[in-house]
Design a protein around this ligand. Sequence first.
Ligand code: BTN
Length: 268
Amino acid sequence: MTQTSLPDKMFADEILRGLNTRFIGHKIFSYESLDSTNDTAFALGEKGLKEGVCVFAEYQKKGRGRLGRSWVSPKWKNLILSILLRPMLSPHEVSKITLVTAVSVVKTIKHVTGKTLGIKWPNDIYFQREKVGGILTEMSAEADRVRFVVVGIGINLNAAKNELPPQSTSLKIILQKEISRLHFAQELLRQMESDVLRLKNGQFETMAKEWEEFSITTGQRVTASILGRKVQGQAMGIDAEGALWIRKDNGLQERIMAGDVEHENLSR
Ligand code: BTN
């Protein structure tokens, strides 16, 4: 006899039930399959929907990562979510939302599993040398005003090793037990609401301190790539804008506002 188990599906009304948030998740869309939750949430932003709308998907046909990478996540196993926000920020401040989201994600993981994961600047979530989650923030903006922001979050919850890209892992592999996707999703939306409200209330500096507590980049030897130029040195941490400072081997310091860093002790 062959045994088959039913897929662990997540429905919008289940996520909404008992959520009790003020604005994050006031409206939730959930899809079995779509191209990218960021694209769907972006279209909702352009239609004028209120901030806090969430788009969940079980599977993305064109899941996107940062810097032109793809995001691969097996169906029904992980968390694939985009949140629409309408913050009063100028375009150059939007990276603050990404850093705040990374802090919300690691706090939620800690709350739900007891495990402390690390943040690799600016927003990759790591356990030891393997990636567990990532964040892709996209915006619609005028020269000096953000119309809306879409924060896309991908977290490997229950995927098996052979379903994930190399150098990736999931919370299930780390903990050796299944994670309730529904419980995790609700906790993340609650944590996001509390942290986004702190950002709205001008408390980014306290969030940046929390980011530092979880940072696995600060203190490391790193290489940053900026428009084809490489900056090597020791990561000093982030400033009040969320930019990363690197002390180069010649003693001069350089401020990196966007991009990616490679850690010498990590594969990427
Ligand atoms: C990265 O690590 O490069 C960012 C990964 C972001 C993945 C999420 S999954 C939900 C949302 N939709 C996408 O297409 N990408 C983001």
